[in-house]
Design a protein. Sequence first.
Length: 227
Amino acid sequence: MTEHFRNSTGEAVEQRRVLIVTAVAAERDAVLRGLKGSDRFHVVAAGAGTAASAAGTAAALAAGSYGCVISAGIGGGFPGRAPLGSLVVASEMIAADLGAETPEGFRSAAELGFGSVSVPADPGTVQAVAAALAAAGLPVSTGPVLTVSTATGTAETAAALAARVPGAAAEAMEGHGVAVAAQALGLMALEIRAISNPVGPRDRAAWKIGDALEALTAAATILLEVL
Ligand SMILES: O=C(O)c1cccc(C(=O)CC[C@H]2O[C@@H](n3cnc4c(=O)[nH]cnc43)[C@H](O)[C@@H]2O)c1
């Protein structure tokens, strides 16, 4: 759905209502702090994982009209691609572990003939959002964001995922689910991750969740202007 407002020259400008889906309440609240009470944005914490995020997105889309859906939250950054505290705007949302193990190695659901495991984001929107974040002084990169059912906890799995998806920037657990639900209604989907930890050997005590939530709040404020 679109709403209109008049800009400084009196011209009518379309603005879309935006649904933002996070996994947990702390992420939702970080986003809400950045949105400063805007009623054009609706933010829901739908739970962790693709099933909860897809179901939560579908339920919210059934209850309201939106022009755009965003999966947002903290995430793991691939070393050399997305440092802690930085932001990643997904160029595509990929179900990276949806497939089968075979004697020859992992085969994706797409390779097995079950359809695509990737939902591409609109390149122009990705670039516009990333440019606005960068212009605000926030460290940001773009690239594929992997949706996984099990958070990576070893260097071996991190290397396997990076080889499976060249250029992979970040991983989280919801983006593909949110994007598939949006895609079913023909809506544009985006994913934005604030990096709390590296993808690699698990060290939960070292996760910089507070810094990532602050970055998420700053990103939400920029979304007010750019979407
Ligand atoms: O403990 C807290 O205070 C806290 C605050 C905000 C968020 C959390 C979460 O644990 C969020 C879970 C959510 O995070 C994503 N995530 C973060 N890092 C990774 C990763 O390396 N691999 C996969 N997922 C990651 C994921 O989307 C989870 O649903 C805790």
